[in-house]
Design a protein around this ligand. Structure first.
Ligand code: PLP
Length: 235
């Protein structure tokens, strides 16, 4: 009864179409399936349809799901991305269980993730979250402070700085969506021109992934278009 495989196909087609429109290779955009609030069964359904990368926002929910999936699908080689706000007393389970963290906005958090990464797991892949719309209440480092933070994070031993992430202010206006994503792309290009070896722009969700891909997203984080509407009163 699951529509998850059909939804995944529709999202994959939309990614290919947007990439083609931008003159980009279809494989230059990766799909991160955001499974927050959905159970392990939803991840299993998506994995059976070939999806490998999953995003989680809440530490305990994510760790529980990772442990469950390791038992139910031991050979699936799933990749787990942490995309939620990070409290400094919750960095250890993130460092121990996740392959990627998209929401680093402070040096202290990065230091803790590096210190707490278990030996033998390889570095954690990191994106710096940027407050690209300049909203006072939103998370993320200010654009003018990104270069400084990027240099500090790039020097930490157990982290691999991969790029930037943003959640721009929501709007239905595609040209406004594109303006924010273009600003991210310019920031990203500037850091690369300064010599940082970055390859990841994590931007675009269900409602604005087309605009994000047109402006250069390399990872789109898509939840509701794959798994359906979320109900937040769980757990
Ligand atoms: C929930 C979430 C998403 C997915 O949002 P949808 O609108 O369901 O696609 C993407 N990124 C982050 C950071 C999120 O918290």
């Amino acid at each position: 009864m699951s529509t998850i495989p059909q939804n995944l196909q529709a999202v994959a087609s939309a990614i290919v179409a947007a990439a083609a429109e931008a003159g980009r290779r279809p494989d230059s955009v990766r799909l991160l399936a955001v499974s927050k609030t959905f159970g392990p069964d939803a991840v299993e359904a998506a994995a059976a349809a070939g999806q490998r990368a999953f995003g989680e926002n809440y530490v305990q929910e994510g760790v529980d799901k990772i442990r469950t999936l390791r038992e139910t699908l031991p050979h699936a080689a799933l990749e787990w991305h942490f995309i939620g706000p990070i409290q400094s007393n919750k960095t250890r389970p993130i460092a121990e269980h996740f392959d990627w963290v998209h929401t680093v906005e402070r040096e202290k958090i990065a230091q803790r993730l590096s210190e707490q990464r278990p030996a033998g797991l390889g570095p954690v892949n990191i994106c710096l979250q940027v407050n690209i719309s300049g909203e006072a209440s939103k998370s993320g480092v200010a654009p003018q402070e990104v270069a400084d933070l990027a240099r500090k994070v790039a020097s930490l031993p157990n982290l691999q700085l991969r790029g930037l992430m943003a959640i721009p202010e929501p709007t239905d206006d595609e040209s406004q969506q594109r303006t924010a994503f273009r600003a991210m792309r310019e920031l990203f290009d500037g850091l690369r021109a300064d010599g940082l070896a970055l390859d990841t722009l994590s931007m675009g969700m269900s409602a604005d992934m087309r605009a994000a891909i047109l402006e250069g997203a390399t990872i789109v984080r898509v939840g509701s278009a794959i798994f359906g509407a979320r109900s937040y009163n769980k757990g």
